[in-house]
Ligand binder design. Structure first.
Ligand code: F6R
Length: 250
């Protein structure tokens, strides 16, 4: 695990953007795994900036998103499909046929999950998987108690995840209680993982992820076993780490 402690969220986000940029420059046909959530919004803004001002091209990139709310169609305003178009896809030159998203309203979610795994295999796996971190240690929607070998499937969202994401829903749009998510085994198959965790609310999960025992209680702790994981933190997110980490020079 390579850990970067940045001076602030802006530096951390720029560093994560640079990791994606380097991956695409090394391999223009990269398969990227994308996450959603508040942390990723600034990162996608950075990727759009790199596309506009440094000619970073997404023309060859193929993408797979981590998760989608069960029951929401791709056009629903609260779907992660909608989020991805709003925050990234509509602003870069990714080819629509290269975008892979889980269908939250699939007639049979079990079949949808299995087909998604096959689509990932068909492109020879994910080169770089972006991850955010749940306050409870989840990655994707692999909530505490998820099998560390799990594959794409339906998961019930934990009460603390529902509470953390309640802010995105209003009284007239009820919050889904389940999601389709890549499994932990699926994420661990990615050749490279870049995790961005920012702010004091993530500090407990960060400490368990980096220093704790590997456990289904803190699913992100399994990343200790991944050979190519980069964790990018700001100071508030790193505050509960017992080990000393030097500042990143970027
Ligand atoms: C969503 C996802 C989640 C989020 C996590 C952090 O696709 O993968 O694991 O990354 O819940 O969300 P924020 O960034 O909103 O704190």
């Amino acid at each position: 695990m390579k850990i970067f402690l940045c001076v602030d969220a802006a530096q951390a986000t720029a560093l994560a953007g640079a990791q994606v940029q380097q991956q695409i420059m090394r391999k223009p046909e990269s398969v990227l795994g994308f996450a959603t959530g508040g942390t990723m919004e600034a990162l996608y803004a950075e990727l759009i900036r790199l596309h506009r001002h440094q000619a970073l091209s997404f023309a060859g990139v193929r993408s797979f998103n981590l998760d989608e709310y069960l029951g929401l169609s791709g056009t629903h305003s609260h779907s992660y499909s909608h989020y991805m178009h709003q925050h990234l896809f509509d602003h870069v030159n990714i080819q629509p046929q290269h975008i892979h998203l889980l269908q939250g309203d699939a007639a049979d979610p079990v079949v949808e999950a299995q087909a998604y795994e096959q689509r990932i295999q068909a492109v020879d796996g994910i080169d770089l998987q972006l991850l955010g971190l749940g306050e409870n240690g989840h990655i994707g929607f692999n909530e505490p108690s998820s099998s560390l070998a799990s594959r794409t499937r339906v998961k019930r969202l934990a009460p603390d995840t529902l509470a953390a994401n309640q802010r995105y829903f209003s009284a007239d749009i009820s919050q889904p209680t389940h999601a389709l998510t890549m499994g932990i085994g699926t994420i661990m198959d990615a050749r490279q993982v870049v995790m961005l965790a920012l702010g004091a609310k993530k500090a407990d999960a960060v400490a368990h992820m980096i220093e704790g025992p590997i456990s289904a209680r803190w699913p992100a702790s399994v990343l200790q076993m991944h050979p190519q994981t980069t964790v990018i933190l700001d100071a508030p997110a790193a505050q509960h780490l017992a080990c000393q980490i030097g500042r990143a020079h970027v």
